[in-house]
Design a protein around this ligand. Structure first.
Ligand SMILES: NC(=O)c1ccc[n+]([C@@H]2O[C@H](COP(=O)([O-])OP(=O)(O)OC[C@H]3O[C@@H](n4cnc5c(N)ncnc54)[C@H](OP(=O)(O)O)[C@@H]3O)[C@@H](O)[C@H]2O)c1
Length: 196
């Protein structure tokens, strides 16, 4: 798959490493950091042109400006892993994935990979208590299909979690869970197993 990564921080490096078997190109403000993830480095627009799927591994607030610089994104699958969580575990930008879709109306946005901390995405594979990590995906079905294959590359189980209208719930869930974790609670212990 032709994968573009916007950003060269923790999430870019973690997921880019997992997808090294693909054709990965990275765009970032710091080209030296980008080159540590892939030998193929380009501008936002060059990377967008060379990619079918683009991971937006950027601070949530910076995404609109970067998308504007990336040019034509029609037909691209944009993976939104961003979390806009501020002090007090508050959601600072509601409906981020929907906003991205509005900024790139010809693209297909999928919310994914926002629920776990970066070190989880470095695990090969992320398995807890003998269960592979499940990764919920919100977006259009055809785009979810594409991202599901990238989830399987990590050894995780993709979950079709509905359309982009559900993405805001994933974003709010993240903020809520972060609040619990920061207060020292085991958020996972809140949920019973499926048979219950
Ligand atoms: N870290 C986690 O555990 C985690 C987990 C799930 C989701 N996320 C989300 O994933 C996204 C990326 O997180 P991260 O941990 O990879 O962040 P990070 O390590 O801070 O990397 C952010 C990247 O975005 C670039 N950037 C910052 N401001 C920018 C701007 N105005 N324009 C263009 N590029 C800019 C940075 O460039 P410079 O190096 O030049 O500053 C860097 O390449 C965030 O939205 C975060 O909420 C993070």
């Amino acid at each position: 798959m032709r994968i573009g990564i916007f950003g060269a921080g923790g999430m870019a490096e973690a997921l880019g490493g997992q997808w090294s078997g693909h054709d990965v190109m990275v765009a970032a403000r710091d080209q030296a950091k980008a080159a540590k993830i892939s030998a193929r480095v380009g501008t936002w627009a060059e990377t967008a042109r060379a990619s079918d799927v683009i991971l937006l591994a950027l601070p949530a607030a910076s995404v609109p400006e970067v998308l504007a610089a990336a040019g034509n994104l029609d037909g691209k699958v944009l993976i939104d892993c961003t979390n806009a969580v501020g002090p007090g575990a508050a959601l600072t930008i509601p409906d981020q994935a929907v906003r991205i879709a509005a900024a790139a109306p010809g693209a297909h946005v999928v919310k994914a990979f926002n629920l776990c901390e970066v070190d989880v995405w470095r695990m090969t594979p992320p398995v807890f208590g003998g269960r592979p990590l499940a990764v919920p995906l919100c977006g259009a079905p055809e785009a979810i299909e594409v991202v599901s294959s990238l989830v399987r590359d990590l050894g995780c189980t993709p979950l079709n979690a509905g359309g982009l209208d559900r993405a805001g719930l994933m974003e709010a869930t993240m903020a809520f869970m972060v609040g619990l974790w920061f207060d020292g609670h085991d958020a996972q212990a809140c949920f019973p197993p499926l048979p219950a």
